[in-house]
Design a protein around this ligand. Structure first.
Ligand SMILES: C[S@@+](CC[C@H](N)C(=O)[O-])C[C@H]1O[C@@H](n2cnc3c(N)ncnc32)[C@H](O)[C@@H]1O
Length: 281
C-alpha cells in the first residue's frame, strides 16, 4: 500500500471524479427519503495543496486550478465548486476535498456516510477530519469486504463509490467481483466505479466483461485529456462506470462533459465518450 493520494489531489482525475460524485449526490437528494453512502477507498478526506506532495507534482494546476479560474461553468458543477469554496473561505485555493468531504458536505441530516480506508495512518487522519459529524463513520478496513458486510443498507437507498489505487494487478477483477457482490445484495443501489485510463485495451476488456455481467443500467463515461501513445503507459484519461445512475443526472452530463473535456484538455486528443454497456431492461 504505497499509494499516496496527496500527490494527485485536485488533478484532472479528481475534478472529474468529484464533480460527477457531487452531481450524483445532488440528484439523490431529489427524494426526501434518507440514503446511505459507502466510500470503499476513502483516503484522508482533505488535502493541502501547499503540502510538499502537492507542490512536487503540481498536478492540481491542470485540474481544480483551471476550474476555479473558469467562466461559463455549467450550473450542475455549482454544488461541487461550493464545497471547494467552502474549504477556502478567504478566497484562493489552498484546501481541496477528497470524496469523503464531498459526501459529508452534500448529504443531509438524515443521510449516513460510511468511509473505509485500509491504511492505518490514513484512516486515523480521516477520522480526525470528519470527527465532528456523527452521521459519518470511518472504518479502518478493506472496502471490498464492506460491500458484503454493509449492503444492503437499512435505508434501502444509497450509492457506493469504489475508487481504489490500482496498485494491485488484479484490481479490475476485484472491481468486477465487487459489482457481483454489491448487486446481489443491493440491486437498486447506485454504484460508481472510477478507473484510470492508461491502456485503452485494458479498459475495453473491462467494459466487455461488465457487458457480459449483464447488470441493467450500466453506463460508462470516459474522459481523455490527451492522445494515448502506444507503449507509453501514462494517465491520459479516466472514467467511471455507473450502475443505476440517478434519473436526471444524464441530461446534466451532456452539458458537463463537453465543458470538462475542453477545460481539462492537455492536447488535441482530449474528448469524452458515454455508452450504455448494458441498457435498462
Ligand atoms: C485513490 S485513493 C482514494 C481517494 C478518495 N476516494 C478521494 O476521492 O478523495 C485510494 C485509497 O484507498 C486506500 N486503500 C487501498 N486498498 C484499500 C482497501 N482494500 N480498502 C480500503 N482502502 C484501501 C489507499 O490507502 C488510498 O488511500
Amino acid at each position: 500500500m504505497n499509494y499516496r493520494h496527496a500527490y494527485h489531489a485536485g488533478n484532472f482525475a479528481d475534478v472529474f471524479k468529484h464533480a460527477l460524485l457531487a452531481m450524483c449526490l445532488e440528484h439523490m437528494k431529489g427524494k426526501d427519503k434518507p440514503f446511505f453512502v459507502l466510500d470503499t477507498h476513502a483516503g484522508i478526506g482533505l488535502y493541502d495543496l501547499a503540502s510538499d506532495e502537492a507542490v512536487k507534482t503540481g498536478e492540481w494546476h491542470h485540474g481544480i486550478g483551471r476550474l476555479m479560474e473558469a467562466t461559463d461553468v455549467p450550473a450542475e458543477l455549482t454544488p461541487y465548486l461550493d464545497v471547494v469554496r467552502g474549504l477556502n473561505p478567504e478566497g484562493g485555493l489552498r484546501y481541496y476535498p477528497g470524496s469523503p468531504w464531498v459526501a459529508k458536505a452534500l448529504t443531509r441530516a438524515g443521510d449516513r456516510v460510511a468511509l473505509c480506508e485500509l491504511h492505518p495512518a490514513d484512516a486515523e487522519a480521516l477520522a480526525a477530519t470528519v470527527r465532528r459529524d456523527r452521521r459519518v463513520k470511518v472504518h479502518a478496513q478493506d472496502g471490498y469486504a464492506a460491500i458484503k458486510s454493509m449492503l444492503p443498507p437499512p435505508e434501502r437507498r444509497g450509492m457506493v463509490l469504489i475508487d481504489p489505487p490500482y496498485e494491485r494487478r488484479d484490481e479490475f477483477a476485484a472491481l468486477e467481483q465487487a459489482v457481483v457482490d454489491g448487486i446481489k445484495r443491493f440491486a437498486g443501489g447506485t454504484f460508481a466505479l472510477w478507473y484510470p485510463i492508461k491502456d485503452a485495451l485494458e479498459i475495453a476488456n473491462f467494459h466487455a466483461r461488465l457487458e457480459d455481467l449483464g447488470v441493467p443500467k450500466t453506463l460508462s463515461i470516459d474522459l481523455m485529456v490527451r492522445r494515448s501513445r502506444r507503449g507509453l503507459p501514462r494517465l491520459d484519461g479516466c472514467g467511471y462506470v455507473f450502475i443505476n445512475p440517478p434519473y436526471g443526472m444524464l441530461a446534466g452530463l451532456e452539458r458537463v462533459m463537453p465543458f470538462l473535456s475542453g477545460l481539462l484538455a492537455l492536447d488535441d486528443g482530449a474528448g469524452w465518450t458515454q455508452r450504455w454497456l448494458v441498457p435498462e431492461g
